[in-house]
Design a binder for this molecule. Structure first.
Ligand SMILES: NC(=O)C1=CN([C@@H]2O[C@H](COP(=O)(O)OP(=O)(O)OC[C@H]3O[C@@H](n4cnc5c(N)ncnc54)[C@H](OP(=O)(O)O)[C@@H]3O)[C@@H](O)[C@H]2O)C=CC1
Ligand SMILES: O=C(CO)COP(=O)(O)O
Length: 338
């Protein structure tokens, strides 16, 4: 007989809603926590989160609430799907509300400033008694909501946790793989957002397929180099949380980060693009953090530096390749042939 769990998902945006609904569809009771009263009422009444995923039918086992206490009462697994900028604030509010057995799972693909903290590190700092895991992979929320098949990696320090999460999430349309490289899996999800901006920019400027292939390969090399230098397993970057997610976000207008790049490539100023975004795109903040962290750690990242200069110092895109193509950089091939 299937073991049923009591689950809460914090953050009722596009990804939190999709994950909550997949779990409810697998037969578990799920409480989705949002901060907007009207939206909670509409979700419970209409079975739809119309602001984020119009037309996506929500399962009867999913209910929404604005009360954090209510959401997390008597649960054994808790997912966090709020943007990285709000992650610590939300994690702090959980202190004293959870049993130490409650498993925490981050869905967030970002990095906290200052300190360059990943979300699992924030959880370990704020809720040190609870076990934690992360989920990452090529998972555009809109496509999963439309019924597309997708796969993701769950990563933690324990096979038993990975196996619990596999059983909770796995279905015919959502394939779950396990990894012990929590840091690498989490870092892959955060870093690829930066390169998705670059790919969107290239799309707006009609880069050819060869150029896109060059950029994607160099991006994979660059992000793997940074991650491995920081202790991640290089093999992680050949999997779903590495090249899988990089590929999808660098090719799809469904990605918010890709769309930011497209808009900038069409000449829209960055501040205006950001002001128009009604959903989170983590890549802009990550870019800034990554650039300074790579400098501190002595990791060469010509694409990150090039994109930063384009966005923040109005450097022409045509100069992007000059650093990357310099003789030293072209010979600097450590993890991915390119
Ligand atoms: N969308 C996707 O395809 C995927 C997204 N992710 C990652 O998931 C994370 C969340 O993204 P996503 O769901 O897409 O983002 P959205 O912008 O769609 O939603 C963010 C949600 O977080 C809520 N929120 C923000 N700040 C707070 C806060 N302080 N307290 C409570 N709730 C808050 C927002 O509430 P409100 O509506 O009230 O503003 C909103 O419901 C990001 O790190 C993203 O990179 C990962 C995989 C796929
Ligand atoms: O992480 C994602 C897909 O895997 C979503 O990317 P965006 O945040 O750019 O929409």
């Amino acid at each position: 007989m299937m073991h049923t769990h009591r689950v809460a998902v914090l953050g009722g945006g596009s990804f939190g809603t999709v994950i909550a609904n997949l779990i409810a569809g697998n037969g578990h009771r799920v409480c989705l926590w949002l901060r907007n009263d009207e939206r909670v009422g509409a979700i419970n009444r209409e079975r739809e989160n119309a602001e984020y995923l119009p037309g996506y039918r929500l399962h009867e086992k999913l209910r929404a609430t604005t009360s954090l206490e209510d959401a997390v009462s008597a649960i054994d697994i808790l997912f966090l799907a709020v943007p990285s900028a709000s992650f610590r604030e939300v994690a702090r509010r959980l202190a004293g509300l959870l049993s130490p057995d409650t498993l925490l799972v981050s869905l967030t693909k970002g990095i906290e400033a200052p300190g360059f903290h990943l979300m699992s590190e924030i959880l370990a700092q704020e809720l040190p008694d609870n076990p934690c895991a992360v989920l990452s992979g090529p998972n555009l929320a809109g496509e999963i909501a439309a019924g597309g098949i997708a796969g993701a990696v769950v990563a933690s320090r324990s096979d038993a946790i990975n196996s619990t999460l596999h059983d909770l999430l796995h279905s015919e349309r959502f394939l779950i793989y396990g990894s012990g490289d929590m840091y690498g899996v989490e870092l892959g999800g955060a870093l690829k957002n930066v390169y998705a901006i670059l790919a969107g920019l290239g799309d707006a400027l009609d880069f050819g397929e060869n150029t896109s292939g060059l950029l994607l390969t160099r991006a994979l090399s660059e992000m793997s180099r940074f991650a491995v230098h920081s202790g991640a397993n290089p093999m992680t970057f050949l999997g779903l949380a590495g090249v899988g997610d990089l590929f999808v976000t660098c090719s799809s207008p469904l990605s918010r980060n890709y769309r930011i790049g497209q808009a900038i490539g069409r000449g829209q100023p960055l501040a205006e693009v950001l002001a128009e975004m009604d959903q989170v795109a983590e890549g802009i903040n990550t870019l800034e953090l990554l650039k300074s962290q790579a400098e501190q750690r002595g990791v060469p990242m010509p694409l990150v530096n090039g994109l930063y200069d384009i966005l923040h110092h109005s450097r022409p895109v045509s100069e992007l390749f000059s650093d990357m193509m310099s003789r030293e950089q072209a010979q600097d091939v450590e993890f991915v042939a390119g």
